[in-house]
Design a protein around this ligand. Sequence first.
Ligand code: FE2
Length: 372
Amino acid sequence: MTATDHPGSSRNRRFRGVGDTLEVSYDEFCGALAAKDLQPLWTQAAKLMPNEPIPRTLPWLWKWTTVLPLAQRAGELIAIGRGGDRRVLALANPGLGGLPYTSSTLWGAYQYLGAHESAPGHRHTPSALRFVIEGTGVWTTVDGDACDMSPGDLVLTPSWTWHDHSNPTDAPMVWFDGLDLPLAASLEAVFFEPYPELMQKSAPDHNSSERLFGGRAVKPLGEPANPRHSPLFVYRYRDTDEALEALLKERGGPAASIEFVNPTNGSSAMPTLGCEMHRLVPGQRTPPRRKVGSSVYVTFKGRGFTVVNGERFDWERGDAFVTPSWATIEHQALEPADLFAVTDRPVLEALHLYREERLTTPQEATRNFQPK
Ligand SMILES: [Fe+2]
């Protein structure tokens, strides 16, 4: 084959074989490549290097009213204990070929912990967060610090920190789990270890990280920076609410957005997961934007819709939805709404792969997503 041979038009031509004088067809040549575990780039260059991202992740939405009864049923059917450490329903994106992942980089799930149940201690290299939709009285112990969980609270279980969950109350609790598991798995960097005992021994006083680092824009003087993850393990909704309200008052709508950060150095709370809260003003549409990377949103409060690439996704309290990389997105609340979001943005920013673009023309929603 010579440089002047064009593969697309030469399928039936015959080429000189490499290193011999045999003439072979183009298909035979490709077969010879495959036999040596080689692949031609020229047949798949556009797929491998598209002009812009072509995500496999589909925009999708899961209804709280659908998931909750199934989580409750799982609570009746599935025991929890060592080896089956968690009772979790993963939000599996139909675009990802059956994988239990919500996007190509993010795991989103609802976790159910029954009354008087405990989920055993373990640690893993994938980082995780818990966002509470409803219920109270449960705590997550992170490296010995029991973090109480109430609606709207964000609890971190960063990479390789010991964590277990305890529910001493008479009522079950369901919360949202966000992990970077797909990313860690694709980097082949997943390690897991059970805690030597069933549960950690936690300090008698709960929320010690909160006492040390809680509050806005302050840190204990002299406390060393921890670049691995935020030393604050729980971000309270009362602080989130106050920050969003102040931001809206100062700047006006259509939305106020904050990121939860590591108080010792101002970076994202965890290096692989961005944690955000967005407060939307009813009746106003956010400007159309697209960004590299995916986001999983959880509706904490209110009702509204998001237009993703011309498709309208209606959401209400407890619903979760995913937006793929480089999708054009606009949010509109129909009543005051708070959307929690977990993203892969810190990874993309660290690798200088992040891009964001604000578009000028609002999208027309030409179809409505029909949730299952
Ligand atoms: Fe875990």
